[in-house]
Design a binder for this molecule. Sequence first.
Ligand code: IPM
Ligand code: MG
Length: 361
Amino acid sequence: MAKRALLLPGDGIGPDVMEAVQRVIGALNAAHGLGLETQTGEIGGASIDAHGVPLSGAVLDQARASDVVLMGAVGGPKWEGVAYHLRPEQGLLDLRKGLGLYANLRPAYCFSALADASSLKREFVEGLDLIFVRELIGGVYFGTPRGIDELPDGQKRGFNTQSYTTSEIERVARTAFELARKRQGAVCSVDKANVMESGLLWRQTVTALAAGEYPDIALTHMYADNCAMQLARAPKQFDVILTDNLFGDILSDEAAMLTGSLGMLPSAALGASGSPGLYEPIHGSAPDIAGKGVANPCAAILSLAMALRLQLGRPDLADRVEGSVAAVLDAGLRTPDLHAGPGTSQTGTEGFCDAVVQAIQ
Ligand code: IPM
Ligand code: MG
């Protein structure tokens, strides 16, 4: 049976990069028998404009009926300053929660052609290959109570709740341990157990699970502030970094930048086996360059590669897509966000995608 992908371009440069993804899918269907059917839906601001909500029940149902969901980006100045439940970002949070996507895989690897594009010296990033496993549907993003209330003295008070249960920690830790078994076998679990009870439970639970079920894994623990420092000091010390929703959000942006551009890195959000995963670039909607034809399509195209490998049963095509992106970079093609050294030439979204499609064929 043909596999089905739901494409959610979203806002800002989302539609720009999803168009590139659609062309890559077309090339894989035509030249390599992928047989992936696509449908398109709205999310984020695009959905607010069309349906009045950032994610409609109909689109969530469409997502549930798909094998994979590929998203562009959400958010933009047009929808700022309104209640949280009516913001574009809420559409993404609802989609993650609605599909039960508790484990967010965010690799940070350095293409050798881009080792000089990093803000760190080449020797610190060349060969970098680490991956975050970020908890995605718990913690302070979803904890209650939350809100802004008024105090008797007339001040206001904003509050959110960070909370994790044993089972929430165990299931995402399992994902990290299983992944590490296919890599270097090392997991660094990141928390703030020195100041937060939720962090203490995180550390105790991860430690107990490793001792009981994953004695072969080299498990270490690190405080989140130290991890931020270590990522900038010596990022190659890491293999798998396991962390919570908020720390994972922050630290994965930091790690992404080490690889040269936020525009390079893909991600996969996975839930229970059998449920569709959500594949999206790590970068945001970049409203300042939206529709200008200059967005870097790599992260979105590489997210498709993750879907091919993890859920569409075509690791061969994942290799081909990743190899094609690397070949185009090696040949010197660069979108404007990427470091343009000697021997490189600049192009836009379409020009880069043309070259990738050609390499795929
Ligand atoms: C990310 C983004 C999202 C998050 C936003 C858009 C809700 O920053 O995927 O990292 O905070 O998770
Ligand atoms: Mg983020």
